[in-house]
Design a protein around this ligand. Structure first.
Ligand code: PLP
Length: 479
């Protein structure tokens, strides 16, 4: 690494990225390329000799950008957001600059220690119970994704249960969640060796706003115990992926306690909103949690990837995931004086992710972060009102955070016809290139999902987006 070459080229790259953001609204939000487009534009093999940065950037501009879907565009309303910010970006730069691999404390003490401090800060902002902080037996760790957070929690729970009932009982272990839980729950069960039929997804419906029903859960657990099975894990969600349903944590936590289940809370998306006092009620009941995760890379201005997980009993995680090869032994670890985050996650290597979260917390401060969340929720409610005022559309579930679930009403009451109509509407609004939305299916109905969460989205983007829906709906209905 030549420092002067880095300075010169990094300045050019920052200029390129800043121009990208400046011109963001000129690109179609959803990439419009066809599969395989890039192999037609790039050579078959890597160059033998170095090329100039200018040439590479010219290719990025003409060949890569057309194949990028612009998650940071103010017209991006799909899935859940993936926020970037100057603070998050600077933290990423710093992390790339140091390029350390912080698997053990000794490999970069600041990486482990900053992660502990920053996750305690965030836990306090969320008013998480004391036992999830590092001062007790628990603490936080940054995973790459919520899927990894759920997996490691499940592995710790599985091994804790097997210690009690014996390793041969693995086929009898049962994990519970609602049928609205993210697919990462099923994947975690698959990886953890839970029998596919024992990943129990309790049915939800519109009468309970797609939240997990404590009564149905209790029934499922009783039936399983009567059948000789061993319930061991419950995952609840605050802000489900399809419709941001909030499971009733207090009641579920009690059931988990009564039945000695590990109680996990997945707040991947909606956790961010809970830094605002008026949304913190959605975490009531978190006191009973054995583990809790949220994605600061979704709606918290922290560039991907950054997925904090807090656990009540860190030794459960460590017992499941630690290895002690000779080549990693060192005095601090041997003396049990430090945390080694390699034992809290699946891979060995880990990035210095806490830097970007620290930057976000320091360069914004709690009050600005709260304003940021509140503004998106206000804009989502505004969009919801626009939809509700047009009798051609219906709101499918009330907007709780910044996701609006709605659909165009079909002329006659045929579900397949209505579903096709809304699929066509989704395709037509996305093909305008001005906005990008995604969909889900609830109770057999194809639903449009409109999520306000991109950092650059303002009121004018909401109004323009709504006009696109109205225009495309008019076109579809007249065809
Ligand atoms: N849990 C919920 C509620 C989610 O909405 C998502 C993704 O959107 C996930 C988990 C998985 O997140 P990740 O991509 O970080 O694994």
């Amino acid at each position: 690494m030549d420092a002067e070459q880095l300075r010169e080229n990094a300045h050019k790259m920052v200029d390129f990225i800043a121009d990208y953001y400046k011109n963001l609204e000129t690109f179609p939000v959803l990439s419009q390329v066809e599969p395989g487009y890039l192999s037609k534009l790039l050579p078959d093999s890597a160059p033998n000799h170095p090329e100039s940065l200018e040439n590479v950037l010219a290719d990025v501009q003409s060949k890569i950008i057309p194949g990028v879907t612009h998650w940071q565009s103010p017209g991006y309303f799909a899935y859940f957001p993936s926020n970037s910010s100057t603070a998050g970006f600077l933290g990423e730069m710093l992390s790339a600059g140091f390029n350390i691999i912080g698997f053990s404390w000794v490999t970069s003490p600041a990486a482990t220690e900053l992660e502990v401090i920053v996750l305690d800060w965030l836990a306090k902002m969320l008013k998480l119970p004391e036992h999830l902080l590092s001062s007790g037996q628990g603490g936080g760790v940054i995973q790459g994704t919520a899927s990894e957070a759920i997996l490691v929690a499940l592995l710790a729970a599985r091994d804790k249960a097997l210690k009690k009932v014996g390793k041969t009982s693995l086929p009898q272990l049962v994990a519970y969640a609602s049928d609205q839980a993210h697919a990462s729950m099923q994947k975690a069960c698959q990886i953890a060796g839970i029998h596919p039929e024992n990943c129990r997804l309790v049915k939800t419906d519109s009468s309970i706003n797609y939240a997990l029903s404590p009564n149905l859960l209790r029934e499922a657990i009783s039936e399983d115990i009567a059948a000789g099975l061993i319930p061991f894990f419950l995952s609840s969600t605050v802000g489900t992926t399809s419709s941001t349903a909030v499971d009733p944590l207090s009641a579920l936590g009690k059931i988990a306690k009564d039945n000695e289940l590990w109680f996990h809370i997945d707040a991947a998306y909606a956790g961010s909103a809970c830094i605002c006092p008026e949304y913190r009620q959605h975490l009531d009941g978190v006191e009973e949690a054995d583990s809790f995760n949220m994605n600061t890379h979704k709606w918290f201005l922290t560039n991907f990837d950054c997925s904090p997980l807090w656990v009540k009993d860190r030794s459960a995680l460590i017992q499941s995931l630690s290895t002690k090869p000779e080549y990693l032994k060192n005095r601090a670890s041997e003396a049990n004086m430090v945390l080694d985050f390699k034992d809290w996650q699946i891979p060995l290597g880990r990035r210095f992710r806490s830097l970007k979260l620290w930057m976000v917390l320091r360069l914004y401060g709690l009050e600005n972060l709260q304003c940021y969340i509140r503004n998106h929720i206000k804009l989502a409610k505004q969009f919801e009102e626009l939809v509700a005022a047009d009798s051609r559309f219906e709101i499918v579930v009330p907007c709780v955070f910044a996701l609006v679930c709605f659909r165009l009403l079909p002329a006659h009451n045929d579900q397949d016809f209505g579903n096709k109509l809304n699929q066509d509407l989704l395709d037509s609004v996305n093909s305008t290139g001005k906005i990008f939305i995604s969909h889900t299916v609830l109770s057999g109905k194809y639903i449009l999902r409109f999520v306000v969460g991109a950092p650059l989205t303002e009121e004018n983007h909401i109004i323009s987006a709504w006009e696109i829906f109205q225009d495309q709906a008019t076109l579809l209905k007249s065809n």
